[in-house]
Design a protein around this ligand. Sequence first.
Ligand SMILES: C[S@@+](CC[C@H](N)C(=O)[O-])C[C@H]1O[C@@H](n2cnc3c(N)ncnc32)[C@H](O)[C@@H]1O
Length: 254
Amino acid sequence: MQPPPISQADIESRIAAYLDELLTLWQTEQGLSKPRDLELMASVIPFQRDDPLRVLDLCCGPGDVGRAIRRAYTNARIDGVDRDPFLTALCRGINQRDRVPGRIVVRDLNDAGWNAAVAADYDVVAVVNALHWFAAERAEQLLGEVHRALRGGGVFLLTEPASAETPFADRFEAWKSSQPPRYSQQNWLEFWSRANAILGYDHVQLLGSRDDDRIGDENSVADWCGLVEVAGFESIDVLQRDADQVIVAAVKSA
Ligand SMILES: C[S@@+](CC[C@H](N)C(=O)[O-])C[C@H]1O[C@@H](n2cnc3c(N)ncnc32)[C@H](O)[C@@H]1O
């Protein structure tokens, strides 16, 4: 993405009075079922509730999954990485205000060496709605990097869009069209137009056009599980699959 016309400090100061408003608009845009999805992800982590977990929220955006884990694990430290200076500023602002410890860093995960900015012994790494923004080859490499960033016995949690396998795809799509949609263009516009107004420049324009070889919503549940397996994870489990997405959990062997 293109760099913003103002500094990170200016972004933080311009949004400081609007953290809750922006987060509410973001959560509306993310769909009604997201809180339940995040609660499920946090609930299955098989560690003691008072453990001082080290958690990495990869492609954190405003940091929803990190804070969901922190609600379940009140001693957790939540680090976050994302390429977007505005979304990371929103995450940092909310986490600092809510006294969630951890470091939120701006890095593009397409750049080699992004992981030098984070630890190498996380108890949990979570990715929500982000790996499908990458080309398949890069997503596979990233999962290997995630595997290396976890300690032995650490847990990986992944939520991504998932399509049905070919024999079921047409009927699955027909059924899906009868379901309440998760996303709406209107909610997307409301979040980003308010963000642009608060920031004082067109942030959306900086995001650039979508990368044509990105995975998008092409992967099936088996494709996501296959990528997780190739990265070396074990005990791979599908926690949930609905009309739009799949939630996968897996463990790095001890
Ligand atoms: C749909 S948002 C999800 C954000 C967050 N995980 C959540 O659930 O609210 C996708 C996120 O991936 C981030 N992202 C996309 N491509 C990236 C890249 N190459 N490097 C780092 N972050 C990236 C975006 O900036 C955005 O915050």
